[in-house]
Ligand binder design. Sequence first.
Ligand code: ADP
Ligand code: MG
Length: 320
Amino acid sequence: SAIRKLRASFISTVAQCVVELAQNSLDALATNIEIHVDMMKFFIQIIDNGTGITPDDMEKIGQRYATSKCHTLEDLAHVTTYGFRGEALATLAEISTLEIISKHPNCYDTYCTILKGGKRLQCGPTRSSKRKKPGTIIIIRDLFYTYPVRRKYISENAFTNELENVKKSIESLALVHPQVTFTLVDASNDIKIVTTRRTATSISTFRQLFGSSLAQNLESVYAEEDNIKFEGFFSLRGFHTRQHQYFYVNKLLISCNKIYKLIDEIFNQSSFGKKNYEGLPLESRSEYLKYKKSFMTRYPEKYPIFFIHLTCPATIYDKC
Ligand code: ADP
Ligand code: MG
């Protein structure tokens, strides 16, 4: 039961669960990822057009350390996928009812397996017409059913927060994967809350997500040195909230506050930060004047929008 607790804390929110599933779809090279979340029912469904799962792997999936991404120590050094430990589905198999339906291109049949409470209830070819083209559907029912207190907390207090967190995490994945079409649907009312169409650059995904008024006045940056690639964009003005700041290493969003503060500082010392709101369109200037008194005294700093993506060899940093 100690192990159980430890593992449940690895996925302790709906957002973490959705991220793990979406990362698996990305690892499977999906270009179309559709996610349905019904927060009240603790239900998640994700549909992708990735490489699918072989029938052999289907039998092992959901077991602890069952991964197709990393087999030796040597592999670990070169892993370029999000996953490499085989923990997420094993954890989900214990804390929910987990159904996996997958069609592998080398295999005529579509396979299905269902796990609950860490036990496999079913595995084999399926007549279900749900999946004919290669790809995978994963359905989570009754997430956290073994944790009634957590469920009660989420449904009573954190419901809107949690959906917002799911939205934010899909947005941040979509930004760093512009070539993937993402759809996030609130399954309780069938409303799409995130949609991106596959495109060439992160800046156009940013425009799709947050609108062209925020996306104007964004400056692209690019640099490359010693195997490290630095690319992205930042705003030429500061905002009074920290929304829309994204820093990634090898497509993984980094949540270390120190880095974000440092970038804010550099921005505020740069000519862009110092220049303040000079030369802005009138409407932004009046917005600035309006907020100046209240915000500038309380929050003298301004926060730029930025999207920074460092790409470097997996060997020069610690993935955990
Ligand atoms: P990891 O990602 O660390 O390998 P997971 O528990 O997240 O571990 O997934 C276990 C295995 O299940 C993966 O290694 C992969 O082989 C398979 N898998 C999971 N989701 C998908 C998917 N959407 N498409 C193809 N294979 C998948
Ligand atoms: Mg994974």
